[in-house]
Write a protein that binds this ligand. Structure first.
Ligand code: PLP
Length: 409
């Protein structure tokens, strides 16, 4: 998040406490503009479902995807009209079906067995199908959502049967969707354009929408090449133009990004609480851990870390770790869980660190593990700071399991 001085960020940390998430809405909007070549930008709120962010995107006219009843409700409360919300889930539970039935929300079906429950719940009579093209990709095996080892989507050879089954249930299939993973390089994203063309040629004429899914990567490391977003948008647009000519009908082009819109718009500020040395490593222990930012522990993901303020001493390789009672609670680690130091000055207890590019899959994956409350969150818009979520209180954290059950006999 460029443009924010250390002093400003330190002042925010003093005012709101640490760990503290900061999200720049202006930066999110700049990312949205890069995808204007698509007819519909549907934000995948799993990346960051913060209320201020969703409210801003709803007001800007974006669409949104939801995975659960909770995410449908968040979208409705943020002001998204039902026809700009799509439920994209592997399983529809009763609450989700009741909610989309009540509001007429459309669903994207990733398994043929979802057809009948969806048709019976009174939601929209139209649906889209999520297709597994037989290949996947992503920044990690755990976020690869296509191919034979993936639970996601309807296997591409089963489309004919799925159209028949949807028709028998009284549903009209209006769209096709493909999402092969998260943090996918351009070449693999472009492969999905080819297969989409093949599916479209065999699809019923009711299919008039095509979703490119999400998965656009984020250059987390210094020196990583930026994603050639113009080339990506152009490739989908020119394919769409060709399909329209060939099929002689209009095709609406949709994209469903999460990370691309929000990752670079967020930072996490954390405070140093202890320093120590072991034979191999120089440790910096901070108040953010995998309960605050799970990506390093889950995927060995790299987030650039810098010190805020004037820290004495030369930069040396140092390992940054959190407060959890877990050996894996290390914010600088590789995919095998081995500590992987980053260059940091000789920070002292009380200093603050900035963990960069944490706007996606940061706060949305935070948990109360080990009894730590969820962190505070502020957003920045037009240069002004708004506190949107205070640090969770201990009472609020305990409220969902409130110790009012009498002892069992
Ligand atoms: C169906 C679907 N769409 C979109 C996304 C967003 O992915 P990303 O944040 O990589 O753009 C995901 C994430 O896993 C997804 O499962």
């Amino acid at each position: 998040m460029s443009g924010w001085s250390s002093e400003t960020l330190l002042a925010l940390a003093r005012e709101h406490g640490t760990p503290l998430y900061v999200l720049d809405l202006d930066r999110v909007r700049a990312q949205v503009r890069l995808l204007e070549g698509f007819d519909v930008v549907r934000y995948a709120q799993k990346a960051n479902p913060g209320s201020a962010l969703l409210t801003a995107l709803a007001a800007d006219g974006l669409s949104v995807d939801a995975v659960s009843a909770g995410e449908v409700l968040r979208a409705l409360r943020a002001g998204f009209p039902a026809d700009r919300i799509e439920l994209v889930s592997d399983v529809f539970d009763r609450e989700a079906l009741a909610l989309i039935g009540q509001h007429g929300v459309r669903a994207n079906l990733g398994s043929a067995d979802l057809i009948e429950p969806y048709a019976d719940c009174g939601a929209s009579r139209t649906c889209t199908l999520r297709i597994n093209p037989g290949f996947g990709a992503g920044h990690d095996r755990k976020v690869t959502t296509g191919g034979p080892a993936s639970k996601h989507g309807i296997w591409h050879t089963e489309l004919e049967a799925t159209y028949r089954r949807a028709r028998a249930a009284g549903l009209v299939v209006t769209g096709l969707h493909v999402h092969i993973g998260s943090g996918v390089e351009l070449e693999n994203l472009e492969r999905t354009i080819e297969v989409m063309g093949e599916w479209l040629r065999q699809a019923p004429a009711s299919v008039e929408r095509v979703s490119a899914g999400g998965g656009l990567p984020m250059p987390y490391r210094e020196g990583d090449a930026p994603f050639p977003v113009e080339r990506y948008v152009d490739a989908w647009r020119s394919a769409r133009d060709g399909w329209q000519r060939e099929l002689e009908r209009d095709i609406t082009l949709e994209v469903e990004p999460g990370r691309f819109l929000v990752a670079s718009a967020g930072i996490l500020i954390t405070q140093v609480h202890a320093r120590k040395r072991t034979p191999d490593w120089d440790w910096v222990l901070v108040d953010a851990g995998f309960h605050t930012l799970a990506r390093p522990m889950l995927y060995g993901a790299h987030h650039r870390i810098t010190a805020l303020g004037d820290c004495a001493g030369p930069e040396q390789p140092r390992v940054v770790a959190g407060p959890l009672c877990e050996a894996s609670d290390v914010l600088t680690q590789d995919k095998n869980g081995t500590p992987t130091p980053q260059l940091l000055p000789d920070v002292c207890v009380g200093d603050a660190l900035c963990i960069h590019d944490t706007g996606a899959y940061g706060m949305s994956m935070a948990s109360n593990y080990n009894g730590f409350p969820l962190p505070a969150e502020v957003v920045i818009q037009n240069g002004a700071v708004h506190a949107v979520r205070p640090r969770q209180s201990l009472d609020a954290m305990l409220a969902s399991d409130p110790f009012d059950t009498p002892p069992f006999a």
